[in-house]
Design a binder for this molecule. Structure first.
Ligand SMILES: *Cc1c(COP(=O)(O)O)cnc(C)c1O
Length: 375
């Protein structure tokens, strides 16, 4: 028998979340008479741990898919995806140009070196590119002072039939928690792009789910939003749950109890004895540990459900097991279902908070040894 742990990927939740995002955009855009932006569903990191093979059919209604790995982009084409695909970090080396060309992949262009590679390339038809501005996050993108020059070089490559400038992009650093910082980035982006051709692409999940941002965006230009986490049922906001946002969890990590025991008062649990029973109590051992992708930093009190009843983790997480408090679930037995996060359990964001991280990290860190089932 396989070890009793698995991740269930709900295709209907993925589809639901995309539809919810689309409806929200439609509502916000109809309100101020603008066209709904196109949606790149971001499927990087194996679709945030949900599997590209699951995400591609579930996101059939997206206008395009975005990722960073060439292998994932090629897999999308092999799976029959005919709409646009965007590589968010663009090309890494000269050999990538042939892959972009062969599979009709759009590339971000964020640095001079990428333009140098393109300038020295031969292509069968112009490659679609999105030019990226560093509007303040200081991760990828041309500095504002170099942006127009880079754009001009790409326009020259357009004349030579090497590229087709489809869009202009940037990325927000604080769309989840600081509207003023976001406005400053947006103003800088619009100023740098004044008069330049191409669609705009700015919004990650947090910005996509912030309708108050839309009035500041030009209504007469095409846009592409780039939501990721919200499509998987995670919240991009610290203070608003995915449930409040109308999103459904798409990844459920569940295991079973492989042992139960009664502890006397004063008995301690797990490595380091970080939890000691204040009185007699029952505990269970679940077949899930940090080698499965469960965060080791989650300590005593992290929420978990056993047989549908909410309880808490006890002591330190081991490599292959963790211990749970069975006080509120006296009927629990070996074989009882334990939901670590997802449907019928705590949200991935709650578990992440208890471990000092974000839901993104947990979703995409699910270990290869955990079998994934799509339903
Ligand atoms: C990952 C990523 C996104 C999606 O971000 P979420 O916060 O998951 O919505 C959008 N754009 C770029 C460039 C990214 O790398």
């Amino acid at each position: 028998m396989p070890r009793p742990i698995s991740a269930t990927i709900s295709l209907s939740a993925l589809t639901h979340n995309l539809a919810a995002v689309r409806r929200g955009l439609e509502a916000a855009c109809t309100r101020d008479g603008r066209k709904r932006p196109n949606i790149w569903a971001v499927i990087k990191a194996d679709a945030y741990g949900h599997g590209v093979r699951n995400a591609v059919p579930a996101f059939a209604q997206a206008d395009g898919l975005a990722m960073l790995d060439f292998d994932e982009a090629v897999l999308c084409r092999d799976l029959g995806w005919a709409k646009p695909l965007l590589l968010l970090e663009g090309l890494f080396e000269p050999a990538d140009v042939a892959v972009l060309d062969r599979y009709r992949l759009a590339s971000t262009v964020h640095c001079r070196e990428q333009i140098d590679i393109l300038a020295a390339s031969k292509v069968s038809r112009p490659l679609d590119v999105f030019v990226k501005l560093n509007s303040g996050m200081n991760r990828l993108g041309f500095a504002p002072g170099q942006y127009r020059d880079a754009f001009g070089r790409l326009q020259a490559l357009h004349e030579r039939g090497i590229v087709n400038i489809v869009g202009k992009m940037s990325h927000f650093a604080r769309a989840d928690d600081d509207p003023e910082a976001t406005s400053r980035q947006l103003a800088l982006f619009l100023e740098a792009n004044r008069g330049l051709p191409g669609a705009l692409s700015l919004c990650n999940s947090a910005a996509t789910l912030t309708p108050t941002l839309w009035p500041a965006l030009p209504a007469d230009q095409d846009q592409w939003v780039r939501p990721g986490i919200c499509l998987y049922g995670g919240s991009p906001f610290g203070g608003r749950s995915a449930q409040e946002l109308g999103l459904l969890p798409a990844q459920t990590l569940a295991a079973k109890l492989i042992s139960v025991a009664d502890l006397p008062a004063g008995a301690s649990v797990g490595y380091g004895y970080t939890f000691t029973a204040p009185a007699g109590m029952r505990i269970g051992v679940a077949a899930c540990g940090y080698a499965d992708g469960y965060p080791r930093h989650a300590g005593t009190g992290t929420p978990v459900t056993v047989d549908g009843v909410r309880t808490r983790l006890l002591g330190r997480v081991s490599m292959d097991m963790l211990m749970v408090d069975l006080t509120p679930v006296p009927q629990a037995r070996v074989g009882s279902r334990v939901v670590l996060w997802g449907e019928g359990g705590p949200s991935v964001d709650e578990v992440a908070r208890a471990a000092g991280t974000i839901g993104y990290e947990l979703l995409c860190a699910i270990a290869p040894r955990v079998p994934k089932f799509a339903v």
